[in-house]
Design a protein around this ligand. Structure first.
Ligand code: NZQ
Ligand code: ZN
Length: 400
């Protein structure tokens, strides 16, 4: 195992009905909240009303910012930060999916620094990110996920899109780690089947990315990741069929928080998520749902990269999580790919890039852009090998 330092400072309140604790938890964070949500679902489902009632019960003033779009944009973050400053909000509450939580984290940072959030992004030609990241300070933050997907509620990252340049990338830093996260699985009962599918593919991807690249000496983490993958594979179709299945929703929600945490990554000596870098450019340009993009790219990534570089890891994932029985590693690794594909098919997320009106001739530019942003100037995305532009292009071509 490679030496590591691990800190998990977010307090987690997990359970059905925990949403009602927003008010009492908010009192510990500040005096006036910016309450950040998306455009529709929190209102339509009644979750927003419940959150507001809890804040009113403890007489905590708040200002509502309900404009976060999926794949949140820097312009929206800057507007939210301006609203927080103008209204003297001294902490932030995020109520929504990963997009809302990511935007709220960035608002918390920008409201304090009074800088445009694009200053922090890696593709910005001004290159200020080298001084500004990692973000050390932001307004205190409470996150309440309403989709089981990103794990943003307990990590230090925020994924944003600068739509003008189509850069989609993450900013990060300990200042943006939420102080408290309320995980109430009942909030996810209204997530429709197609979003449950995309979200589950995202959880799976957070798990397999570090697991497959890893050497094989992180035994505790391996067992942990395998347990989480098995549960996501099992419960995602159940939650799609029966949206209020309490056991499925609770399992997916807790799995989503743990999947991207240091508990599954630490000790593997891997910093990044290479397939995520390959995907982010797609959703940055074409607004594809992140999890759907990952599911599309995963199969050629397994075939072209992992099968060559880490067949023994792919074989192990197949045997432990997808019922593969072959004893030979290469045969087992090969058998894992259709098994994963069958699970994606069960979830209904097996499209091709051509289905999103992406012209084939832009793929070389998209691949170069993915490497530019994901490589931080190195000329490659680091994974089991150095993924160069031609590797990324080959993945895009294979699933076009
Ligand atoms: O926009 P609203 O009206 O809120 O509706 C959302 C949105 O349309 C809806 N929704 C949310 N909660 C619901 C619900 N619908 C019914 N019932 C509910 N309870 O779901 C749609 C998708 O929401 P979104 O927040 O975009 O999904 P998700 O949670 O998958 O987040 C995706 C974003 O997170 C980033 C992705 O790149 C993407 O931008 N990521 C963030 C990470 C992080 N911070 O650590 C890591 C991830 O790898 C990922 O990159
Ligand atoms: Zn993800």
């Amino acid at each position: 195992m490679i030496p590591f330092e691990l800190s998990f400072p977010t307090r987690i309140l997990f359970g059905e009905g925990e949403l009602a604790k927003i008010g009492q938890e908010a009192l510990k964070l500040g005096q006036k909240a910016l309450l950040v949500t998306g455009g529709k679902s929190a209102k339509a489902t009644g979750i927003l009303d419940k959150a507001i009632a809890s804040l009113q019960q403890v007489n905590l003033p708040y200002v509502l910012f309900d404009r976060i779009e999926p794949n949140p944009r820097t312009t929206t973050v800057d507007a939210g930060a301006a609203m927080a400053r103008e209204n003297h909000c001294d902490f932030i509450i995020a109520l929504g999916g990963g997009s809302v939580m990511d935007a709220a984290k960035a608002i918390a940072a920008a409201a304090l620094s009074n800088r445009p959030i694009y200053d922090y992004m890696r593709g910005n030609p001004a290159n200020l990110w080298r001084e500004l990241l990692p973000i050390k300070e932001a307004l205190p933050l409470m996150c309440i996920p309403t989709v089981a997907a990103t794990g943003s509620e307990a990590n230090h990252g925020s994924v944003l899109t600068h739509w003008e340049s189509h850069e989609k990338s993450s900013i990060n830093g300990p200042g943006m780690i939420p102080k408290v996260a309320i995980l109430d699985p009942t909030l996810t009962y209204t997530v429709p089947p197609h979003i449950t599918a995309e979200a589950s593919a995202d959880i799976f991807s957070h798990l397999f990315e570090s697991y497959l690249i890893s050497n094989s000496t992180s035994h505790v983490q391996d067992g942990f990741s395998e347990s989480l993958i098995r549960n996501v594979v099992h419960f995602a179709p159940i939650a799609m069929r029966q949206p209020d299945h309490a056991e499925a929703r609770a399992t997916l929600l807790w799995a989503s928080t743990l999947a991207i945490s240091a508990f599954t990554r630490a000790g593997r000596g891997i910093a990044g998520y290479p397939l995520h870098q390959v995907e982010h450019t797609l959703s940055g340009y074409y607004d594809i749902a992140h999890g759907r993009g990952l599911a599309i790219l995963a199969i050629p990534y397994f075939q072209q990269i992992i099968l060559q570089d880490r067949p023994e890891r792919l074989a192990r994932m197949g045997r432990e999580c997808f019922g593969v029985t072959e004893t030979d590693d290469i045969a087992a690794a090969q058998a894992t790919i259709p098994a994963v594909q069958a699970w994606f098919a069960q979830l209904g997320i097996t499209q091709r890039l051509a289905d999103f009106s992406i012209p084939r001739e832009v793929l070389p530019d998209l691949a170069a852009e993915a490497v530019r942003i994901g490589g931080n100037g190195s000329g490659y995305i680091l994974g089991s090998r150095q993924l160069k532009t031609e590797d990324v292009l080959a993945i895009y071509e294979a699933c076009y």
